[in-house]
Design a protein around this ligand. Sequence first.
Ligand SMILES: NC(=O)c1ccc[n+]([C@@H]2O[C@H](COP(=O)([O-])OP(=O)(O)OC[C@H]3O[C@@H](n4cnc5c(N)ncnc54)[C@H](OP(=O)(O)O)[C@@H]3O)[C@@H](O)[C@H]2O)c1
Length: 363
Amino acid sequence: MPEVVTCRSVTYINNKTAASLTQEEIDLDTCYEDNEIVIHVHAAAFNPVDLLSQGFMCSYLVSSRPKSYGRDYSGVIVRRGKNVDEKWQIGDKVNGAQAFLVGQSGSMSDYLVLNPSKQCSISHMKPINQDIQGKYDEFTFDAAWPLVFCTAFGILTNYGQKFGPDSRILVIGASTAVSNAFVQIAKNYMNVGTVVGVCSSKSVEYNKKLGFDYLATYDEGPLIESVAKVFLRDLQKEKFDLIFDSVGNNDFFPVLDKFLKPRSQNSYYITIVGDGKLKYGSFSAMGTFWMASRILNPFRSYNYKFGLFSPSERAMEIGNKLISEGKYKPAIDSVHPIEDFKEAIDRLSSSRAKGKVVLKINN
Ligand SMILES: NC(=O)c1ccc[n+]([C@@H]2O[C@H](COP(=O)([O-])OP(=O)(O)OC[C@H]3O[C@@H](n4cnc5c(N)ncnc54)[C@H](OP(=O)(O)O)[C@@H]3O)[C@@H](O)[C@H]2O)c1
C-alpha cells in the first residue's frame, strides 16, 4: 500500500514574487531513486544565499514552477534506496547542508530527498552537550549550523595555511553567523593565537564572549583607524596571516601591505561576499565586477580568494563532535514555526540577525 503524504514547502516563483507555503502530495515509497534517502525534516535554517539566489531569478528567464528555499536541515531518515551506503539507515537522525543554486529540492519542506554521496555535507547528529544546548531542541540546534560551519571550516583548511598559537587572523564581520562558527573553530579546534574581529559597537560584548581576542568597531569612525588601534596597541604591529571578510568590504586593499603578511609567507585575503555588502534579494553587478577583477588580476601582490560553501562530510562530523564536547555553540537568532515563514524572511533580510534564523517544520 503506497504511503501518500502531504509535503508543505516554502517556495517562490521568481524575483518578483513573494514567498508562499505551497503543498503537494508525494508517495513516500516512489519519490526516491536507488541512491537516495528521504528525510523527514524537523527544522531548516535560512541563509542569505536563499534570498540572493531568488534575486537572480528574473521572471523572463525562469519557469513558473515553484522553487523552494533552504540549504540547512535536520531530521530523520524515513526511506532509503537499495544502493545507499549502509551507514545511512531508516530512523537515523541526520543534519546537513545542501549545495544547490535553485530548484525544488530546498530543505524548507516536510520531506527532503537527496543522494548522500553527492550531497556530502551530511552526518549523524550527536547528543548535544548540556552546557550549551540552552532552550533549543536537538533538531532546531542542529539545523542552525551546517552551511556556516562548513564554509568557515573550508576557509581555514582549504588554502594550505597552517594555523596555531602564533597565528593572527582578522575577521571583518565578526557578528555574522559564518564568523561565529569561524572564531570557535579557530580558537577551540585549531588553537589560533589571536583572532581580531570587526563589528558594530553594540556587538562588542557579544563577540568577546565567543572568543575574539580583540574587537574593532566599524561605526565609531573609519574602520581602518579602528583596526590600526588594535594593531598598534595589542598586536605590536605583528601582521595578520589571514584577513577573512564575511560581510563585503574593500577598505583594506589600499593599505593591505601594512596589515597582511607578505604573500611569500602564504598569507591570504579571503572574502565570501566580495567588495561590497550585498543587498539580500538583489544582484550587484559592480560588486561582482570588482571581485572578478581582483581574482583575475595577474599583477596582484597578495593572495586573494573568493571562498565558497565547501560541502564536506568531514567538516560535518567535526562540527557534531565539537558540539557534543561543548566546544562549538552555533548562534541562533530566532525560531519560527513554518507557518510564520514571512516573519523569518523579514528577520533575515534585516541584516541584523545574530545567528541563524531557523524554521521549525515538524516536532
Ligand atoms: N560564498 C559563500 O559560499 C557564502 C557562504 C555563506 C555566507 N555567505 C555570505 O556571507 C555573508 C554573511 O552571511 P551570514 O549568514 O553569516 O550573515 P548574517 O549572520 O546574516 O550577518 C548578520 C550580521 O552582520 C553584521 N553586519 C551588518 N553590517 C555589517 C558591516 N557593515 N560590517 C560588519 N558587520 C556587519 C551584523 O552585526 P553587527 O552588529 O556587527 O553589525 C549582523 O549581526 C552574506 O553576505 C552571505 O551571503 C557566502
